[in-house]
Design a protein around this ligand. Structure first.
Ligand code: HAM
Length: 414
């Protein structure tokens, strides 16, 4: 029966058959990040709106158009988190993590919210896997973040992935560059679309991202920040590239790469996947050396990434088969139900997957059900206390020692 209610626009239910593929992604990520020493952190699903305004930047699309903001009963403005980096920096400061050994290496997985126009790969509630490495400006940390995302996508078997790499320089260098870029845009104002023209002074970098043909023409001759890198910024970028070369990770230097958040400095990167269509970025990140200071803390360099779980799943387009069960404990007589439940619990404690009938089926229907859920073996508890064991693949059935059923099932018996 169709329900009167549906999941809100841009959201979706994760049904069990999709949950299995999702769990595989989350487990692979948890393992890969843990092996590199990234410890899990969780922050609330909503934060003070101001955190994102200051952290992500007032001129970004995210803050201007995409935040789910609301007032609580105390008239505070709160926002469902559109991203995880600003909240983690807030937590880093709030819990005095700068006093810990640096860098602090954190990983996360969870839901994020952006009020975007929904399409394949773009949702209003989506999930990210990410890491933040806070408290070092070493290019090794940039390279490590990139390598870990590359490892994850490789281990999962995501096809057709390309890494785009850029650098925005330090905050100071970026300011100098932005003046040059603004001057270029102002010189060509008449060729720009309204959206870009209105934002020349607040967010000129976004012009690189525009789909407008006129803007693209103007940007083809615009100065690039990668071309303008000098001194330590240039050295930092060279080292990141050398580390990736040494690790055998292929990349394309993309001087026009920009990202939709204001906090980036120096390295930025983006993994795109040709299987994804319009929303081709599967994950990305970069360095954000000014963010913690921007939020009121001490100057603290940091780098990180986030990848979209739904985009990974779309690119993989795979079905993970149902796992089946090691055992189904059937009862030949209702008097044996309690014994069956106790036995299933014992089997589970011994590490096996085991189920009992929860619907009052007769023995024939229990076998049917056991078959449907992929049970490899069925234990049948008889009314007289005896037991039988049936192999569902071969159909072979034999008597089992009722005092030794767990051992029989785990192979620990004689
Ligand atoms: P972001 O590029 O905004 O970066 O998002 C990271 C990833 O989240 C994207 O590459 C994409 O896979 C996924 N994503 C973003 N928006 C949506 C959406 N509406 N629907 C589905 N997936 C989406 C950040 O969020 C930064 N916090 C990454 C970072 C961490 N930078 C440094 N540390």
């Amino acid at each position: 029966m169709a329900s009167k209610y549906q999941a809100p626009r841009g959201t979706f239910d994760v049904l069990p058959e999709q949950g299995r593929a999702r769990r595989r992604v989350e487990r692979a990520a948890a393992e890969i990040l843990a092996r590199a020493g990234y410890e899990p952190i969780q922050t609330p699903s909503f934060e003070d709106t101001e955190l994102f305004e200051r952290g992500v930047g007032k001129s970004t699309d995210i803050v201007r158009k995409e935040m789910f903001s609301f007032e609580d009963k105390g008239e505070r403005s709160l926002t469902l988190r559109p991203e995880g980096t600003a909240p983690i920096c807030r937590a880093y400061l709030e819990h005095g993590m700068h006093k810990l050994a640096q860098p602090v290496k954190l990983s996360y997985v969870g839901p994020f919210f952006r009020h975007e126009r929904p399409q394949a790969g773009r949702y209003r509630q989506f999930h990210q896997i990410g890491l933040e490495c806070i408290g070092t400006d070493s290019p090794l940390a940039d390279a490590e973040a990139i390598m870990l995302l590359s490892d994850l996508l490789g281990e999962l078997g995501v096809p057709g992935v390309e890494l785009h790499l850029g650098s925005l320089g330090s905050l100071a260098a970026r300011q100098v560059y932005l003046q040059a870029l603004k001057a270029h845009l102002h010189a060509h104002e008449s060729e720009l679309c309204d959206d870009v023209r209105e934002r020349i002074d607040v967010n000129p970098l976004r012009a690189f991202d525009s789909d407008d043909e006129g803007v693209q023409g103007v940007m083809a001759s615009a100065p690039t920040i990668v071309g303008a890198l000098e001194g330590e910024d240039a050295e930092h970028f060279e080292e990141v590239k050398a580390l990736l070369d040494a690790a055998g990770i292929a990349y394309v230097v993309d001087p026009t790469l920009v990202r939709g958040l204001d906090y980036y400095t120096r390295t930025i990167f983006s993994f795109v996947c040709d299987a994804l269509g319009a929303q081709s970025e599967i994950g990305g990140g970069g360095r954000y050396d000014g963010l913690i200071e921007q939020l009121g803390g001490p100057a603290t360099p940091a780098v990180g990434f986030a990848a979209g779980i739904e985009r990974i799943l779309l690119a993989l387009d795979e079905e993970v088969p149902a796992p089946g069960r090691d055992a189904f404990v059937a009862v030949a007589d209702p008097s044996q139900r309690e014994r069956a439940m106790a036995l299933a619990v014992e089997l589970r404690h011994a590490g096996l997957s085991a189920e009992v009938d929860l619907a009052g089926r007769n023995l024939k229907s229990q076998f049917k059900h056991a078959d449907r859920i992929g049970a490899r073996r069925v234990l049948i508890l008889e009314a007289d206390g005896s037991a039988k064991l049936r192999d569902m693949q071969t159909g072979e059935q034999r008597d089992a020692d009722p005092g030794n059923l767990v051992d029989e099932m785990t192979g620990g018996g004689s």
